[in-house]
Design a protein around this ligand. Sequence first.
Ligand code: OXD
Ligand code: MN
Length: 592
Amino acid sequence: MTTNATVTKWIEEMKALLNPDQVVWITGDEAQLEALREEAVKTGELEKLNEEKLPGCYLHRTRQNDVARVEDRTFICTSVKEDAGPTNNWCAPAEMYKKLYDIARGTYQGRTMYIIPFSMGPIGSPLAKAGIEVTDSIYVVLNMAIMTRVGTKVLEVLGDSNDWVRGLHAKCDVDPEKRYICQFPEDNTIISVNSAYGGNVLLGKKCFALRIASYQGWKEGWMAEHMLILGIENPQGEVKYIAAAFPSACGKTNLAMLIPPEYLRKKGYKVWTVGDDIAWMRIGADGRLYAINPENGFFGVAPGTNEKSNFNALASTKKNTIFTNVAHDLNDNTVWWEGLNKDLPQNAIDWKGNPWDPSKFDKADKSTCAAHPNSRFTAPAVNCPCISEEFDKGAGVPISAIVFGGRRAKLAPLVYQSKDWNNGVFVGAIMASETTAAAAGAVGVVRHDPMAMLPFCGYNMGDYFQHWLDMGAKLGDKAPKIFNVNWFRTDDEGNFIWPGFGDNMRVLNWIIDRCEGKAEASETAIGYIPQPEDIDLTDLDMDIETLKSILTVDKQAWVDYAADVTEYFKKFDRLPAELASQLESLKANLNK
Ligand code: OXD
Ligand code: MN
């Protein structure tokens, strides 16, 4: 497949270590992928779904102990501990290589080693990077073939270069006690053992496109961020792009694919999706920040996805999609999940593989769900009705605004704008959000998650903050404006106050207007807040007083939060002085 000596040497090392019965290079040819699907159906790894209703779609179930990312078993292995920083688990590379090689040694015996050359970003794009993943899982091959661009062409473009990421995945016994997801940023290497769940094993995604790439970006002067990218087209046909960071399962896919409210659609507004999870951003020749989506598909959370919440995501799953841990509706051999519709399937198998009894279903009790709360669809981006024509071009789109957001029942207002770039970096650094089912552990607990990168930053977060500040200095007056949003404020009964979904467009329009210097704002202690009348409430069942209630800054709550951030910042050995001084300014502003 290739004469690249760095590739052939590593493959030989992997063969010697893993001892596979067979070796298969993934060429990217449809016939090869189809043969793998058939094989996986024969072994029960995949179930073929109704070809008429869901052509080319399959269902997969993981082990019950393997349903989410495992942050406590995820390591950044740098030669100096401080380079991994206080927010990452660390282990010395030599020790971790030994431990992982001991776990993986010989485990491909009786199995096939699949070698997947893949590109993050359109093959050949100056913003793209190559990787090679070896795996003993057909499920991984087929998911990687959706989520990335795979095959021979990647190797052709790579040529003799050593600039590629090595990814070793070994299922082993899927033993949670020996599960490790390890990044070696100094060696461009990822090793994942004893898992078969997407976020842990599709190594192009979180491991490469965020953890390794964030480190590469730091060294090479660009940024890899946990951000969706969307384009807003106005009635004049001009498209402005926004990149937005939210923690996992906080609605990035929904925002990336939103459908504007009818009154805006009638005026001619449209939204185009460039990406729903990851953005790689570089400064372009004109000095502006350009972003690509390095992925080629969507690994979206299924529960809650329906025609109303995300029509475009649902449409994306209608063909050539792999569903993981959703319910199997035996009535018509399709899939179902909580929130898809109100028709609970009467004859279904739940995500654990057991018959599901709809009469026992209790919304409040996750253990009665038919689909796992973190069940997923892996859908090709080309299926998305609103995919941007820029998505596959590889030149990147110019970013006008960067948006941070989290899930906060109280505190953070619906939207505010930072005072400038450095203040925006501070706004990102103090982000916190309620935890979700995307990672193992308690759900609904507020935790700090700077820039939504806490589980994904491949180096010391203090250095990462400094990198953001440095990028701002390089961008100067061409820097995107930075905002914070919170769709999740609740009333005293715990109901969401803001309708969210397509109505978030009303807030995005204010953001774009601010970038263009067209909208007014009031200065507050935390930043610029819209004047209530600048958020268009046309056709919305919300009065201006309610809107005001989610736009106000509760000073005492922010004073308390500033104290909490003061404690949080203490853990950063390399906190940039600029962020400490931003915190002091916030406190001073709150005291005025
Ligand atoms: C994801 C995540 O899968 O953030 O995108 O967990
Ligand atoms: Mn994500």
